[in-house]
Ligand binder design. Structure first.
Ligand code: PBG
Length: 304
């Protein structure tokens, strides 16, 4: 009766990795309990997500072919476009697409490159094209995660010009250059060939910068904003929610998930209790939506 914070299955968004090269689900070693889905197993998995009462999925595509410019990202018959159609055709789920080049580029960076330099402005029209192709496939929400400056404005403009003014943007607005993305790089095969992402993702030491990043994205047309990772940045999450009042998502990322699963596996802590506590703290700090690999387990264990 006195609990101030209640977690609900309706708060959760389930991330799903879809791999075009496989025929059946494959376990992700660094993320115990998580699988990459094939294009043929995806609809069934999405059906399970929907039956559990989870409202939305966040889709990541792993293409068979990568190149310097990530051209598969906007191919109408690319993996993400096929995945969106499969989920939309078979469920009533809200489909959110990760919108980034890093899963599609041979060098693994989130933007186009020249030598070892990331070309922010040259990347913007490409992100616009990817957004349009995802919207054409049926995505309800596109979620740009590459932290290019002015990506939200470029994507909004591209979507509107093509008549997709109803497609929403969930911006990964305050995304930190985090060690907690480690297991994701196995899951999505998006490790980078040189350097790191500190040129475009944020310094963990900064909080004013996060508020500027969010403000710019809001001004450029973001409908929802995200703070990522979640638990190491609960202070940022609280400030973003209080200052902007927008629907605010937090991403409980791969490393946050895997470290609890690994400790639980060793018997060092109660994994179920730790995961509940982690997700409760994220909601308490202001998240309206929590992107978590634990969404289906939460729903199974705790219902709606
Ligand atoms: C791609 C992207 C990443 C994640 C989501 N989208 C990796 C990165 O930026 O390095 C991480 C998600 C996770 O760790 O669960 N830009």
């Amino acid at each position: 009766m006195v609990a101030e914070t209640r977690l609900s299955t309706r708060d959760m968004i389930m991330p799903i990795f879809v791999d075009e090269r496989i025929e059946a689900p494959v376990a992700i070693e660094a993320m115990p309990g998580q699988m990459r889905q094939s294009l043929s197993s995806l609809a069934e998995e999405a059906g399970r997500v929907e039956d559990l009462g989870i409202p939305a999925v966040l889709l990541f595509g792993l293409p068979a072919h990568k190149d310097e410019i990530g051209s598969q990202a906007s191919d109408p018959d690319g993996v993400i476009q096929k995945a969106v159609r499969a989920v939309k055709d078979s469920t009533g789920l809200v489909v959110i697409t990760d919108l980034c080049l890093c899963e599609y580029t041979s060098h693994g960076h989130c933007g186009l490159i020249r030598g070892q330099e990331i070309l922010n402005d040259e990347t913007l029209p490409v992100l616009g094209e990817v957004a349009v192709s995802q919207a054409e496939a049926g995505a309800d929400v596109v979620a740009p995660s590459g932290m290019m400056d002015h990506m939200v404005g470029a994507i909004r403009e591209a979507l509107d010009v093509e008549g997709f003014d109803e497609t929403s943007i969930l911006s990964y607005a305050a995304k930190y250059a985090s060690a907690f993305y480690g297991p994701f790089r196995e899951a999505a095969e998006s490790g980078f060939a040189f350097g790191d992402r500190r040129g475009y993702q944020m310094n963990p030491a900064n909080v004013n910068e996060a508020l500027w990043e969010v403000q710019l994205d809001v001004e450029e047309g973001a409908d929802m904003v995200m703070v990522k990772p979640a638990m190491p940045y609960l202070d940022v999450l609280r400030l973003v929610k209080d200052r902007f009042g927008l629907p605010t998502a937090a991403y409980h990322v791969s490393g946050e998930y895997s470290m609890i699963m690994a400790a639980a596996d060793k018997g060092w802590l109660d994994g179920n209790a730790a995961m509940l506590e982690a997700l409760t703290s994220i909601k308490r700090a202001g998240a309206d939506m929590i992107i978590t690999y634990w969404a289906m387990d939460f729903a199974r264990a705790h219902g709606r």
